[in-house]
Design a protein around this ligand. Sequence first.
Ligand code: MF3
Ligand code: CO
Length: 286
Amino acid sequence: MEEIKCWCGSGKSYEECHKAIDDKIKQYEAKGVEVPPRSLIKTPEQIEKIRKSAKINTQVLDLVEKNIHEGMSTEEIDVLVKEFTASQGAICAPYQYQGFPKSVCTSINEEVCHGIPSRIRKLKNGDIVNVDVSTILDGYYSDASRMFCIGEVDEEKKKLVEVTKECLRRGIEAAQPWGFVGDIGAVISEYAREMGYSVVRELGGHGVGIEFHEDPFISHVGKKGTGMLLVPGMIFTIEPMINVGKANVVIDRYNGWTIYTGDGKPSAQVEHMILITEDGPEILTY
Ligand code: MF3
Ligand code: CO
């Protein structure tokens, strides 16, 4: 009898490859659980391509980390990102994405995300800045961001940055195979609240890889055991935006992009892209 090869292109027989996962998904689906469509479960070939894209994305962030300094304009960060990315044969995903005018997002202090690099905006002593880098390599997308402290940063902002990193660490730890999307937001919002901070609700993480933004939406304020089932082969970002003050945000009425805290208090964000494996979450953007 001819054996059926797995749909994922691994070359293995279906029985030895995705059958156990597919069967388990079906069991959850029968119980009424929201399960990912097959399009969200990456094949080994796709995972390798996305991994390569993520590697370049990490190199870009490393380069920014090495070069960022007081007095640098955010436009200079944009040029650095653009030129290095091009030198690697890759493309900056933000550029002209839904009309976004630059190659990277740079968000300072009370800017929550989607800050637009500018020639006249220079990094000042005491600023905290998020640099959000997204790369397309060979058609495959990657996405990650880091926070940088410029010069002497006050205790409040320093603590905010540390808490935000810990939120991401806990969120990643909560992203386990056969868990739920809601598990991630549950631990993030619980920890943020414990530390006296609030969590932005309007924006979240997202599936990524084949497209820039895929399902599922990863809320950072979820409830344990709710939302889409997490299945090996899924790739998505976790990117909590944590505010010192109130959770609400406003959008820039002139550029239509930049998101600010409603109360003008600082916000921080860090982002990793993770692959759900059978053994747990794997960070692709280290
Ligand atoms: N990198 C952002 C994200 O996490 C998206 C930026 S889109 C842009 O989804 F157009 F604003 F760059
Ligand atoms: Co993202």
